[in-house]
Design a protein around this ligand. Structure first.
Ligand SMILES: [Zn+2]
Length: 398
């Protein structure tokens, strides 16, 4: 087993990084311009859930491990726990990365590595930097210390300033196929093939979400309830109740994810501080754990919005399936598991009302991002979804 094994559907990108890590046995300064050679600054782009940060940490392991990323040695385990002394990370759940965070990272990047060949700096959301902040980073990328490697991650190259783009070697990830994602869930998590395929489809190949749908009954039930609600809403009363219900589902989903992640982070922090599971936290370390807990509390506000966003993504997948059937496209349905119901709505309805429903979902997302009260935005959306449903029942009655 190596650090590359759990990455799915990204063979081409993996080859680039594997070759670079192998050639990096040669000091960076003397590397040639060959495409597989090592360079100081990398950018990994790809849609959310395509595995950008997983690939970044696999590459970090390959650079920090003596065996090129064996997956089992102390270095690899420390990278996996995000606690390797030569690994610096900037990952944020806030909307922007602050200039102070980047300044701190840049000054730490100037040191020589303490135990490994390299010092590796990962910025998980490099698109969340204002221009002024990017310029601080730019200076560091222009004059990199010989043994420092930067790995930036962003949805696309266009999300970064051209000056940054011109300083990095860019590696683009593709959206993994549902087959790739399902195979990963079977191999890595021991999920049965049928559940894995359904989760891969319903998450639209988002690896993290697919894992959740495949392994968490409650997450699966919440998704089913969301779709069912959209298909059954018809009256004004349904709209008001439906919006409240959707908010409740989003809240429950956000809470579940937050609790899971907070517990994992806390466990990782304790591990990196050398505290065994179940052991009391020594007084000297309490302030560090307290700082982590404060950070986690600050993040909670953002997570409800993310929960609503996931619901809207699920709803959009439903109407996408419906409109594709109406247009006669022969594609795999995201909601294959309820295909009979999806087909019934598609047949008894016309594509214009389905497209209106899709617009309404996008409008709701935009309005919530612009700070409209979520309940109001969801009610407005459900009115349009109810209209689509009404025209369906009218046609059925005919
Ligand atoms: Zn290793």
């Amino acid at each position: 087993m190596t650090v590359w094994d759990d990455l799915t559907g990204q063979g081409a990108a993996i080859e680039v990084f594997r070759a670079a890590a192998e050639s990096s046995a040669v000091p960076v300064g003397t590397a040639t311009d060959a495409p597989d050679s090592m360079t100081h600054s990398w950018l990994i782009t790809g849609p959310p859930g395509s595995g950008r940060s997983n690939l970044a940490y696999a590459f970090a392991s390959a650079l920090l491990c003596r065996e090129g990323g064996c997956g089992v040695c102390a270095d690899c385990r420390q990278v996996a726990a995000r606690s390797h002394p030569d690994l610096a990370i900037l990952a944020t759940d806030r909307v922007v990365i602050t200039i102070d965070e980047v300044r701190k990272l840049v000054s730490s990047s100037q040191f020589s590595p303490s135990v490994a060949r390299y010092r590796v700096v990962v910025i998980e959301d490099a698109d969340r930097m204002a221009e002024r902040t990017s310029n601080v980073l730019l200076k560091a990328l222009e004059e990199p210390p010989e043994r420092t490697v930067w790995i930036l991650c962003a949805p696309s190259e266009a999300d970064l300033l051209p000056t940054i783009r011109s300083r990095v070697r860019s590696v683009r990830l593709r959206v993994p196929s549902t087959g790739d994602v399902a195979a990963l869930l079977v191999k890595r998590d021991g999920v049965d093939a049928e559940t894995a395929e359904r989760a891969a489809r319903e998450s639209q190949s988002h690896i993290g979400m697919a894992h959740r749908l495949a392994t968490n009954d409650e997450a699966r039930a919440r998704r089913a309830e969301t779709i069912e609600l959209a298909l059954s809403v018809a009256s004004v009363g349904d709209v008001v109740r439906g919006a409240a219900k959707l908010l409740e589902i989003a809240g429950a989903d956000a809470q579940a994810i937050t609790e899971e992640r907070d517990a994992e982070e806390r466990a990782a922090a304790l591990r990196s501080l050398g505290v065994e599971p179940g052991q009391a936290i020594p007084p000297g370390l309490r302030s560090q754990i307290k700082a982590l807990e404060d950070d986690q509390k600050r993040r909670a506000t953002r997570s409800l919005r993310d929960g609503i966003d996931r619901i809207l993504t699920d709803l959009l997948s439903l109407y996408r399936d419906i409109v594709l059937l109406q247009l006669g496209a022969r594609v795999e349905l995201v909601n294959e598991a309820i295909s009979a119901e999806v087909r019934r709505v598609a047949e008894n309805n016309d594509s214009s009302s389905t497209l209106a429903a899709m617009d309404a979902i996008s409008d709701a997302r935009r309005r919530i991002a612009a700070n409209v009260a979520p309940a109001l935005a969801l009610e407005a959306m459900l009115i349009t979804l109810a209209e689509a449903g009404r025209s369906a029942s009218r046609k059925v009655a005919r």
